[in-house]
Ligand binder design. Structure first.
Ligand SMILES: Cc1ncc(COP(=O)(O)O)c(C=O)c1O
Length: 395
């Protein structure tokens, strides 16, 4: 008999995203993952910064030693300037998922209820599993997390330890939380004494519309703000950060002393060198990436309108890496469409995998297309293959 802890046993079967037994056919165009385009990553600068590090005797020696649990000072100061907070509130993490898990372990009691976006980024439910599986799904509307809905549930007696939302260019629902609702959510948290876990990896990737800002989140000691370099410098770095209210900094650091001690000194040293090389370098990386993503989003939306007119309700993305169109014809079975599309050589994420509430499956009539790492030619061809999978389409 294998003696697993109850925590380990509870982590057995994460749900969300394509099922693990599904293998796209060879040659399929994959619209699956919200990852940076390889050509948007600053490969040359990375090579230079890495070489410089190992040539600098003192820096190289420090990079292979332990470093402060909270993160490299220069990196934290740079992040703090961008977040407009005191550097004492920044903790460098091993990416966004790590930040989410640290947040959960710090403020969610075992078995407590947590309000979550519906549809939800499934990774958060995995992170949440370390403390609880009890969730209160909150619809994500065109202007983000439905604060009124949550207020109604709380007024009716619901009790939550935290509320989780992605406020900018939501994964998967594209929406951004309106400025008014940012304040409304924070006020609600303060009134009822829960934490808001704000997950913001797409914030930088705006290519249209007005920035909505994070001031409302920074000003409250009820907000844990999670971010990552994954979408701009690449997921492999495993470097992200938390903006914490001051009273949570020590508890998070104490927790890390039991887990990973600190984020790799080597990766922090390289990332710090990159972002601090001059004041505008990182903005330049983000600007050229968003230019690419704006073009790709446009190609995808145009192709869908041209090749599948009326088949979807579509909102043109203002940023981020996803399109979340909704099937307009209720007679189409999304699962059958997916299987035909896969057989035709295009794969995407089915909306049902993002439903927070498995009873409701409110997102089952949506498809999630990730367009960032596909070329315009691939996107046009992907839509052609998808169109052929619709009833009446030719193979
Ligand atoms: C909403 C959201 N949060 C967190 C993450 C995880 O980021 P990381 O790769 O830095 O762990 C992702 C990645 O897809 C995401 O979409």
């Amino acid at each position: 008999m294998t003696a697993l802890s109850s925590l380990s046993r509870g982590l057995a079967a994460p749900r969300g995203f394509v099922d693990a037994s599904f293998h796209p056919p060879p040659g399929a165009i994959r619209l699956l993952a919200g990852i940076p385009a390889p050509e948007a990553l600053p490969a040359e600068a990375i090579a230079e910064a890495s070489a410089e590090l190992w040539r600098d005797h003192d820096a190289a020696a420090a990079a292979v030693q332990y470093s402060p649990a909270q993160g490299f000072t220069g990196l934290r100061e740079w992040i703090a300037r961008r977040e407009d907070v005191d550097p004492r509130r920044i903790v460098v993490t091993n990416g966004g998922m790590h930040g989410l898990t640290l947040a959960v372990l710090t403020v969610v009691e075992r078995g407590a209820t947590v309000a979550v976006d519906d549809p939800v980024f499934p990774g958060f439910l995995w992170a949440l599993d370390v403390a609880t599986t009890r969730i209160l799904p909150v619809p994500v509307l065109a202007d983000g997390f439905d604060v009124q809905h949550l207020a109604g549930r709380l007024a009716a007696g619901a009790r939550i330890a935290a509320a989780y939302t992605v406020p900018d260019f939501h994964n998967p629902a594209q929406a951004s939380l309106s400025a008014e609702k940012r304040h409304g959510l924070v006020e609600l948290a303060e009134r009822h004494g829960f934490y808001v876990i704000v997950d913001n990896p797409y914030r930088e990737l705006r290519f249209a519309g007005q920035e909505l800002g994070v001031a409302a989140f920074n000003e409250s000691d009820r907000v844990i703000h999670v971010n990552t370099f994954t979408k701009t410098l690449g997921p492999g770095w495993r470097v992200g950060w938390l903006v914490l209210p001051e009273h949570l900094v020590e508890p998070v650091i104490r927790l890390r002393g039991r887990l990973d001690v600190h984020t790799s000194s080597v990766t922090q040293a390289i990332v710090e060198r990159l972002v601090t090389r001059d004041d505008h370098w990182y903005d330049g990386v983000v600007r050229s990436a968003t230019r690419l993503y704006r073009e790709r989003a446009g190609v995808l939306v145009d192709a869908l309108h041209e090749q599948l007119p009326g088949a979807f309700e579509i909102r043109a993305p203002e940023g981020g890496l996803f399109l979340w169109p909704r099937l307009t014809d209720d007679s189409i079975d999304p699962g059958a469409l997916f299987r035909r599309a896969a057989a035709n050589g295009v794969v995407y994420q089915q909306g049902e995998f993002f439903a927070a509430d498995p009873e409701q499956l409110s997102s089952a009539r949506h498809l999630r297309f990730a367009y960032s790492d596909r070329t315009p030619d691939e996107l046009n061809e992907a839509v052609r293959r998808l169109a052929a999978a619709f009833p009446g389409g030719s193979r």
